[in-house]
Design a protein around this ligand. Structure first.
Ligand code: SAH
Ligand code: DHB
Ligand code: MG
Length: 222
């Protein structure tokens, strides 16, 4: 591993493809000031989420795991007028920071931060009769990823897109019996994703400023 090189290359890519954006920079500052962990997606990963949302023409996006709303801003900025993004966050303090960041990004009208454990808020979405989502981004507690996969299948439209962050965990998912619970969750999720007949899926490893991890991607068969 050559972490210093990965970071230099991430900077090179960001300088070329991810123009500095004051609202995103301010969101990171607000997260740091509030003492939130520095585990949001990297700028390049944010741009990738943004491009994938545009690529699938997403008008309705569901995110599980908001933190300070950094990825939420990237996804929200990909929505067309009239689009909607619901993001689920366990920690009320994180949700507060995220709401402030989304307000500064001008996204309050099209976003909703729902506070509580996602396994309690996902059923609320179903009870509300929310219209089907075009895209789901999973980025919360890895131990519940397989359960979130089940909910994604319930809430997505045919052809909808699932993205899941942190599915490689520096290779810890190779261990058939990982001690780390996030690696255990990611490994179970990857197996469930691959075995799910209603989906076509792939995972790819990512290296960069955030170390070595990976993103899984699936589309719901039509
Ligand atoms: N998507 C964010 C990063 C999310 S970090 C970004 O890239 O900007 C993971 C978040 O998931 C944390 O804020 C954590 O509080 C939240 N989380 C953990 N367990 C959760 C649960 N059971 N339900 C909802 N959110 C949860
Ligand atoms: C962790 C969570 C994430 O979503 C991430 O991208 C990196 C790390 C964590 O809980 O350690
Ligand atoms: Mg993540």
């Amino acid at each position: 591993m050559n972490q210093a090189l990965f970071e230099t290359i991430d900077r090179y890519i960001d300088d070329l493809f991810v123009p500095a954006h004051p609202v995103l920079d301010e969101a990171l500052r607000a997260a740091e000031a509030a003492g939130l962990p520095d585990i949001q997606v990297s700028p390049g990963q944010g741009k990738l989420l943004y491009l994938l949302a545009k690529l699938c023409g997403a008008r309705r996006i569901l995110e599980v795991g908001t933190l300070a709303g950094y990825s939420t801003i990237w996804l929200g900025r990909a929505l067309p007028d009239g689009g909607r993004l619901i993001t689920l966050e366990f920690d009320p303090a994180h949700a507060d920071v995220a709401r402030g960041n989304l307000a500064r990004a001008g996204l309050t009208d099209r976003t909703e931060v729902l506070t509580g454990p996602a396994l309690e808020t996902l059923p609320i979405l179903q009870e509300r009769g929310e219209a089907a989502f075009d895209m789901v981004f999973l980025d919360a507690d890895k131990a519940n990823y397989t359960a979130y996969l089940g909910w994604s299948l319930r809430l997505l439209r045919p052809g909808g897109l699932i993205l899941a962050d942190n599915v490689i965990r520096g290779g810890a998912v190779l261990d058939p019996d990982p001690t780390d619970e996030s690696a255990l969750g990611a490994r179970a999720f990857n197996a469930a994703l691959a075995a799910e007949p209603r989906l076509e899926s792939i995972a790819f490893q990512q290296i960069g400023a955030k170390g070595h991890d990976g993103l899984a991607m699936a589309i719901v068969r039509q």
